[in-house]
Design a protein around this ligand. Structure first.
Ligand SMILES: *[C@@H]1O[C@H](CO)[C@@H](O)[C@H](O)[C@H]1NC(C)=O
Length: 323
């Protein structure tokens, strides 16, 4: 874990990486507290990587939603830190197999599998993070297949030895009970469920978005006994009312959704689609479902990109409290 944190620090402090994380277009963004574009759109995506060699000049920060084989060969002895950010459909897990790994441990050579994403020192999903989520290697490849708990995972690497590198195969496996989910881009409809279990599940869109609840059934369908089949409508501020199960809608300035700013907490039974959407002007849009285990909860959400003209009357603008 220490070495992983070191990598994180290197990512933050290393000029090469910072310039990649902050390309020229960033200046507009910095002047405006509300980001206008999903950062996904600023990076190259792989189109057809079924068999692909990573270009060290173009792909140091690589976001891919494809399956296939990826090869990396270091062009120099520079200790640059790069990442392969993998994301797949919400109901999948990501499996990575190292086909070969030839990375000398000297000078800090390292390849790390991360069961989740790390960006600018923040990890996702932060509330269920543990040391098992990071597997570091050099010299020897991990023998077992590495499988993520959710639909996003990361390979971080630093290969300061010219001509050395690694090869991986990426596969997407079905996940019948997704809990934490990352949306690829700002568009989509997704249903969060607790499957009757205790705990918290969440969906994050790495983008400012418009979120609309299409269907809400939270804190109503009892696991034992009868269904309280009353359309309560959407109940707002459920946490203030002391209701145990609720949905939090808000945003975060980074991947760590435990630091989210909450716009509203809602619960109840409401199948009316005619609700007003929430405009979330944050780097990331977050919806969390908190369940105490007594109910079958579900919430169906529609995400779409935040229109520029809605920016100034957004319901939530992240980071305003810091100004
Ligand atoms: C779930 O979320 C609630 C409210 O944020 C928190 O108090 C609780 O500790 C969380 N549970 C887990 C298992 O993380």
């Amino acid at each position: 874990m220490r070495a992983f944190l070191y990598i994180v620090l290197v990512v933050i402090s290393c000029d090469g990486i910072s310039s990649l994380l902050l390309p020229g277009k960033e200046h507009d963004r910095l002047r405006n507290p509300a980001p206008q574009l999903s950062w996904f759109s600023r990076y190259r995506r792989l189109s057809r990587p079924s068999h692909r060699v990573i270009d060290p000049n173009e792909d140091c920060f690589l976001v891919t939603s494809e399956e296939g084989e990826l090869f990396y060969k270091s062009p120099s002895d520079e200790p640059n830190v790069c990442g392969i950010y993998m994301i797949a459909e919400p109901d999948t897990r990501i499996q990575v197999t190292f086909n070969y790994l030839d990375v000398p441990c000297d000078n800090g050579g390292l390849v790390a599998w991360v069961d989740g994403w790390e960006l600018n020192g923040q990890v996702w999903p932060a509330d269920s993070w543990d040391d098992d989520r990071v597997v570091e290697s050099c010299d020897r490849r991990p023998q077992r297949k590495l499988v993520s708990r959710q639909n996003a995972a990361l390979i971080q690497y630093r290969v300061p030895a010219q001509g050395k590198g690694f090869a991986i195969t990426v596969r997407h496996l079905r996940n019948p009970r997704p809990c934490n989910v990352m949306l690829f881009g700002a568009e989509g409809v997704y249903t969060l469920r607790n499957h009757g279990e205790t705990g918290n599940c969440s969906v994050i869109a790495v983008s400012p978005t418009t979120v609309r609840i299409l269907d809400l059934n939270v804190g109503q369908a009892l696991k034992r006994g009868s269904l309280l089949d009353i359309e309560t409508g959407t109940i707002h501020h459920c946490t203030k009312r002391g209701l145990p199960d609720y949905v939090e809608i808000g945003g975060a300035s980074g991947l760590d959704h435990t630091k989210m700013e909450v716009l509203d907490s809602v619960c109840g039974l409401d199948s009316n689609e005619g609700r007003r959407p929430a405009f979330i002007a944050c780097e990331d849009t977050v919806v969390r479902l908190i369940s105490n285990g007594k109910f079958y909860n579900s919430v169906t959400l529609a995400f779409s990109p935040l229109p520029l003209e809605e920016l100034e009357h957004a319901d939530l603008i992240c980071g305003m409290n810091d100004l």
